[in-house]
Design a protein around this ligand. Structure first.
Ligand SMILES: *Cc1c(COP(=O)(O)O)cnc(C)c1O
Ligand SMILES: [Zn+2]
Length: 373
């Protein structure tokens, strides 16, 4: 069954719902219980899925490494999601949604995205042999188009309000029978929850920092931990912190009122988390309030610095992912074990502009060069 995250009403999985037909808040699948088995992450947790998952549609997403580093007096566990097939965690959700698409007899799928999710859906759509339509905003950067083009999806630039496009696409999807597997689709959430499973298998952390835009990832990781707790696999859920860029922080700003509004003049280097009107914003606020957890926004210079510091530990992430390390300075934690969800690869975004100049040396004088001294 689908369950509404706001009103709790239930709807049959036989119908293709995406948001609650009564209150228009996000739906999610009922929590599942089970035990861990063998195989890849989809096989190990097969008890936890309400729909069967065929590996025919997999590109090898999930089961990403967890790297331990010690910084600022804390133990960090870096969940390296940059190693997914299209270099972001979006692939986990796309894999589950593609399975749903096939089971429901869709031969066309779509997505509203300007970045990582667009590339992910285009890749998985191509692999499954589905017609794929990607709606992007009019002013999308060429750098982002170039990551999408190779997969052969139909790309359409849309003029007008980008937040509204999310809702409009769902409507068109209904009338034209196209499955728009957007940011907080219930089946995406099912894919994202595997991040919590993989974390819980390997590490016992006090905190999990989650870069948050639409809110889909946050909801997914939370659902994963909840299901493990309900199954008796873990005793307690780590404290989850929703992290945003100050330049686009609709969820953090709505914390006092408890109701999401449109964030005006959004602007941040962390483009992957730049949704000014998050469709799961209210749902994330409900989770934060229920548990007494925080939403924290970080500055641009803190994001850039954190991106550099993570690269100096060997992992090059996008600015959106670097927000997780930047947040630490606001929390002043010591002796904590913290998992950072490093959501996407730095190679997908324009690289940090390093101020350092690189020295040049003639090959004849190589031995006398400064670097060897
Ligand atoms: C999509 C994305 C996020 C945020 O996920 P939401 O589900 O939209 O909250 C964070 N980081 C990266 C790199 C992303 O692509
Ligand atoms: Zn509802």
């Amino acid at each position: 069954m689908f369950v509404c995250t706001a009103c709790g009403r239930k709807f049959s999985l036989e119908e293709h719902h995406q948001r609650c037909p009564i209150c228009n808040e996000p739906l999610q699948l009922e929590n599942m219980k089970g035990k861990r088995r063998d195989g890849n992450v989809w096989e190990r947790y097969r008890d936890f899925y309400s729909i069967p998952l065929s590996m025919d549609y997999s590109l090898g997403e999930g089961d990403t490494p967890i790297i331990r580093v010690d910084m600022y007096g804390n133990e960090f566990y870096l969940k390296n999601e940059t190693l997914n097939p299209t270099w972001s965690f979006k692939d986990r959700g796309t894999f589950v949604a593609i399975n749903r698409a096939i089971q429901m007899g869709f031969d066309r799928i779509g997505v509203v995205s300007t970045g990582n999710m667009a590339a992910s859906v285009a890749a998985y759509g191509a692999h499954a042999g589905l017609d794929t339509i990607v709606l992007v905003s009019e002013n999308i950067l060429n750098e982002k188009i170039s990551q999408l083009l190779p997969y052969g999806a139909k790309i359409l630039k849309v003029k007008g309000d980008y937040g509204e496009l999310y809702f409009k696409s769902l409507k068109i999807g209904k009338t034209r029978k196209i499955y728009f597997m957007n940011s907080d689709d219930p089946f995406r959430i099912e894919g994202y929850k595997t991040i919590a499973y993989e974390l819980a298998e390997k590490v016992d952390v006090d905190y999990v920092f989650v870069p948050t835009s639409s809110g889909g990832l946050f909801r997914g990781v939370y659902k994963g931990f909840l299901e493990l707790k309900e199954s008796g696999t873990i005793d307690k859920i780590p404290e989850m912190v929703a992290v945003q860029a100050k330049g686009c922080s609709p969820i953090c700003s709505a914390y006092p009122s408890g109701k999401i509004g449109r964030f005006k003049n959004a602007s941040t280097i962390a483009h992957a988390i730049e949704n000014p009107y998050p469709p799961s914003g209210n749902a994330v606020l409900r989770i934060l309030k229920k548990n007494g957890w925080k939403c924290i926004a970080v500055e641009e210079d803190e994001i850039i610095k954190a991106q550099e510091e993570l690269a100096y530990k060997g992992i090059f992430v996008q600015p959106a992912s670097a927000t997780t390390l930047a947040v630490l300075k606001k929390l002043n934690l010591k002796n904590s074990r913290i998992a950072l969800i490093l959501t996407g690869s730095g190679l997908k975004t324009k690289s940090i502009e390093y101020s350092k100049t690189i020295p040049l040396c003639d090959i004849e004088e190589l031995e006398d060069c400064e670097v060897f001294k």
